[in-house]
Design a protein around this ligand. Sequence first.
Ligand SMILES: *Cc1c(COP(=O)(O)O)cnc(C)c1O
Length: 395
Amino acid sequence: MRRVYLDHSATTPVDVEVATLMMTYYTEKYGNPSSVHSFGREAKQALEEARKQVAELIGATPSEVTFTSGGTEADNLAIIGTAEALRKKGKHIITSSIEHHAVLETCEYLEKNGLDLTVIPVDEEGILSVEDVRKAIRPDTILISVMHANNEVGSIQPIAEIGKLAKEHGITFHVDAVQSLGKIPIDVNEMNVDLLTVSSHKIYGPKGVGALYVRKGVRVVPLVHGGGQEKKRRSGTENTPGIIGFGKACQLAGQRMAEDAEHHTKLRDKLINGILQSIDHVKVNGPMGDKRLPNNVNVSIRFVEGESLLLSLDMLGISASSGSACTSGSLDPSHVLLAMGLVHEIAHGSLRFTLGRQNTEEEIDYVLEQLPKIVERLRMMSPLYDQVMHIKEAQ
Ligand SMILES: *Cc1c(COP(=O)(O)O)cnc(C)c1O
């Protein structure tokens, strides 16, 4: 059966060049980077090269990059690590209502342990207002954590403005940039970011690797204690092949960013316009144009269940997502769509397609040929749709 992968915000394939490079560090250059002998030194050197490659993609210096087991750990380290480091300074943290669970759940964990949490709402496009952040700031605010681009609807947040605000108030600013890395430019200095989370497997690198950028002079208390690797910020023998793969993936992403963005935008707009033209009662979720990630399509199709749509698409080999990958499997509507003001019924019928380098126009044509047929068939079985059509006919 033909298969079309349109779920690149959940994960990406590992680039062949990345995988090939990694293989060497599994089977030949397998030294522990902490060892002093030649095997260790060779691994250490490659590890530091990877650190440079990650730093370069975000405008940081290599010594500010701490490798972790992924985006989730980096988010935890940023948030819990700051709360612990600044325990004496204050106990108030600010985040947004559309954060990834790795941020939201971590903030809620701290709230259960006695910290105060303010969750900033978003508008109907999934974008928060800098003014709302300003109003939420208190004398005891120690951390603001806002994502760069949302994983479900692709909305891009005004990070540089929030960064400026945080800096004016002397508040540590953390940004989850997992979805924006490699897709749109990131500069930690221009954006006044103190802590920035990135992950490898969303940019054609291996799973289980990520990093936290920690601005020079900013302190985070480690979560993992032991041998003192990563300047004591994250103990444990480094996942050398994974990290080296991540570095390579960053280098490639930097080189290809403009080309990828052009390709993604073209397919994105073709898919959005095609859906709007061929299916009625459709709402596009998230902003249009340059406030949206180039590779994100998110639509609510009324009078159908998102889960039924997903299953029907999957039977035709088309892999999409409803809401975020972490919450699919549960039938709760997405917290992001609800935060944007969608009612439950509409949030339930939502579908996310996230594009990647290898997707083609022809694949989008295939989706546009199949999706309207699926929607029509599911709507025929929907009592709600039946009612609406009868009302229309009667008018
Ligand atoms: C995927 C993702 C994460 C988690 O990263 P992992 O490396 O999978 O742990 C965090 N934040 C956002 C926005 C993501 O999309």
